[in-house]
Design a protein around this ligand. Structure first.
Ligand SMILES: [Zn+2]
Length: 367
């Protein structure tokens, strides 16, 4: 799944600047025959639209365009769902033609179904990602706009079930929730990520290996289906669970340089994609980011939506959320670190060694 950040900063909803504690996810479809997300990105990025969602899923590519920070209060469901739910719109096929309400005719069902299938699949991946990020239960905390109406938390719309039904597809909301749950399981796969392989050496005993990995003989026997726990052979490969020490990440260096390690740890702490890169920062702000290393910071000359990590940091320090770290954001960060006793330098908006050191100290306290 590809997520492109395209925040609608000129939309009145964005300007209202309210945030929510995310309690659920609501799936929509746009209700007009427009497969291209860019059409909405253009039309909605202005004053007077009186609607705004958190993302659009493009019908031609399946790309997700994020249009509001995830914890921003959107105007998508009407009713109280706006106070609790992230709203995501799937674009609809160009082959359909609305004939009134939720009814439509379709000139090419096969082609239209392909579009609906593409947006469905991206929505599953996106919702799996959001459920993980906000610790939501996919079975109980996902609904459609239509289901929101039935629950009394949204306006009277039929989306997106009307589209699937009208195209004769077997998709349902129950199926969608199950698919999201499956997608979450797929990428967490604790079984593979939490174990490693140990090769038995001369003189090893299960007791010694268990001690080394902070586990018990019984645990090793169970994990490896060992028949006789007194018999292990040199060269035998054993699955071992990573000890708590090993799965808890080591502390990052408090060296005052913001490189990939600091970014990755911050991404883990703030729950954004942990790739070690602060993307889409402004070249013009480079001068305020002296201790931020170019191996981890990605700069552009124009605004392309900022970084998810910076959005989260801005929410944490109480700065205006645009996803790019500039003088104001750094000032707020310095103030925050100062209030926590982790920084004693000037609140000057310049991210130097002292500021980064304070941030690294804070990160090391979070895990
Ligand atoms: Zn809707």
């Amino acid at each position: 799944m590809k997520i492109v950040k395209n925040i609608l900063t000129k939309n009145d909803c964005y300007k209202a600047g309210r945030t929510i504690a995310v309690k659920g996810l609501m799936i929509h479809s746009v209700g007009c025959n427009q497969p291209s997300a860019s059409a909405f990105l253009k039309n909605w990025n202005r004053s007077g639209v009186e609607a705004c969602v958190h993302a659009f899923i493009d019908g031609n590519s399946g790309t997700v365009y994020q249009t509001l920070p995830w914890n921003h209060r959107g105007w998508h469901g009407g009713g109280s769902s706006n106070n609790t739910h992230i709203g995501v719109e799937m674009c609809e096929p160009s082959q359909i033609k609305y004939t009134g309400g939720a009814s439509f005719t379709c000139s090419d069902k096969a082609a239209a179904r392909k579009v609906a299938e593409r947006t469905y699949k991206s929505a599953v991946e996106l919702f799996a990602y959001l459920c993980k990020q906000y610790k939501l239960n996919p079975i109980t905390q996902i609904c459609s706009h239509h289901e929101g109406y039935l629950k009394g938390i949204a306006t009277n719309h039929g989306d997106p079930e009307h589209l699937w039904k009208g195209l004769g597809m077997s998709y349902t909301m129950d199926g969608f929730r199950k698919d999201v749950k499956a997608a979450m399981g797929g990428s967490t796969s604790a079984d593979t990520s939490d174990t490693s392989t140990y090769t038995v050496k001369k003189g090893d005993t299960l007791t010694a290996i268990a001690k080394k990995y902070d586990t018990t003989v019984d645990e090793l026997v169970k994990l490896n289906n060992i028949k006789d726990k007194n018999k292990i052979t040199v060269g035998q490969k054993l699955k071992v669970k990573n000890s708590t020490g090993a799965s808890n990440p080591e502390k990052i260096a408090e060296d005052g340089t913001w490189g990939p390690d600091t970014t990755r740890r911050a991404q883990e702490v703030f729950g954004t994609v942990a790739d070690g890169i602060v993307s889409n920062q402004m070249q013009a702000d480079r001068k305020y980011l002296g201790a931020c290393h170019s191996s981890s910071w990605d700069f552009d000359s124009t605004y392309t939506g900022g970084s998810s990590l910076i959005y989260e940091i801005q929410a944490w320090v109480g700065a205006n959320q645009d996803g790019t770290a500039g003088k104001e954001t750094i000032k707020k960060l310095q103030t925050k670190l100062k209030s926590l006793g982790l920084y004693d330098g000037a609140v000057d908006g310049s991210c130097g060694t002292g500021t980064v050191k304070g941030f690294q100290k804070w990160l090391n306290k979070q895990k």
